[in-house]
Design a protein around this ligand. Structure first.
Ligand SMILES: Cc1cc2nc3c(=O)[nH]c(=O)nc-3n(C[C@H](O)[C@H](O)[C@H](O)COP(=O)(O)OP(=O)(O)OC[C@H]3O[C@@H](n4cnc5c(N)ncnc54)[C@H](O)[C@@H]3O)c2cc1C
Length: 289
């Protein structure tokens, strides 16, 4: 099948892209890596009047460091993030997650901005960015705003982006001393979206985990911060987390549903298994010191 006809424009500057977005609004779509947009067009799940290709905008492609954070331009590709020394040092959770996204071909083209703008409930990076407390810069002609990752995802494939905005940058706080990350997922195929996954980040000592952010994906419409589960884990020594309390807390935090890939019960079982893997990873990471 071929896509419905559309006009294609490739702006030479961010200002031009924002002006195009202002003019065409809901009748436009941003083209980043094209790994979700193009299949949707080709299957006629989606159509638009004007495609605005942001791939030539160097202002959106850098990975930079400042005192407290690293800033990822919206069209930073998965492969660039995975191989970045800055990311490896300051935000290793992203490096852990990226090999689980699609196939190498998808990781060569797909972008971090495209991933979060798409807001697929099974996607890895939205959950990681929530766990890391990232902030997103959204620009429109003449103004910009920042929004916390946790507030950006508003529903299944829905975000706080307005039709005249472009996501331009993602700021990730640098890893602090003693903080550890863990990432686990279960997918039906290595190259597919997760049925259930978890991104975790917290301060780990030999006794306990504190300041924990544990965010599940594939279970709910948006990345889900597991507040009750976190409270159980933080409330006791890491090796003594009571399994029954842990499972009860997960059942309160997560709301999986049945679909063609598996039942809600199966996804909840995966969440329980993955939580134990996160705890084991925290224990072994501390043992390496
Ligand atoms: C076979 C297959 C397997 C996949 N498996 C996975 C997987 O396991 N995990 C995973 O996370 N993803 C997976 N993906 C999707 C892939 O990660 C996409 O790259 C990603 O969803 C979108 O990124 P993109 O840069 O390609 O964006 P595009 O496809 O270009 O755009 C996606 C959407 O975001 C909008 N958009 C893009 N950039 C911006 C921006 N800067 N500002 C505003 N709006 C913007 C577009 O208009 C569009 O609506 C898979 C895709 C395929 C085809």
């Amino acid at each position: 099948m071929k896509p419905a006809p559309f006009d294609y424009v490739k702006p030479a500057s961010l200002e031009e892209a924002l002006e195009l977005r202002r003019r065409h609004g809901a009748e436009s779509a941003i083209l980043a890596g094209g790994q979700s947009l193009v299949p949707d067009f080709n299957q006629r799940l989606r159509s638009t009047e004007t495609v605005i290709d942001i791939n030539g905008l160097s202002a959106l492609s850098s990975i930079e460091e400042s005192q407290d954070m690293i800033s990822l331009g919206a069209i930073s590709r998965y492969r660039e993030i995975e191989t970045s020394a800055l990311v490896a040092e300051h935000a290793p959770l992203l490096k852990m997650a990226i090999p689980e996204i699609g196939s190498p071909a998808i990781r060569n083209r797909g972008t971090i901005g495209g991933s979060v703008s798409m807001a697929d409930p099974g996607a890895e990076l939205p959950a990681c960015l929530c766990a890391l407390g990232a902030n997103f810069e959204l620009a429109r002609a003449g103004s910009k705003r920042m929004i916390a990752a946790q507030n950006f995802f508003t529903g299944r494939y829905e975000t706080a982006l307005d039709n005249d905005e472009i996501l331009t940058r993602i700021d990730v706080p640098k890893n602090r001393v003693g903080f550890r990350s863990a990432f686990h997922e279960i997918a039906r195929r290595k190259t597919g979206y997760a049925m259930c996954g978890v991104a975790a980040h917290g301060k780990v000592t030999h006794q306990s985990v504190q300041n924990l952010k544990m965010v599940f994906f594939g279970t709910d419409d948006t990345p889900m911060l597991a507040v009750n589960t976190i409270s159980v884990i933080e409330g006791c020594a890491i090796n003594d987390v009571p399994p029954a309390e842990l499972d009860a807390a997960l059942s309160e935090d997560l709301h999986p549903s049945d679909d063609t890939h598996g039942s809600a019960k199966l996804r909840m079982h995966y969440a329980k298994v993955l939580t134990r893997r996160v705890l084991a990873q925290f224990v072994s990471a501390h043992g390496e010191e």
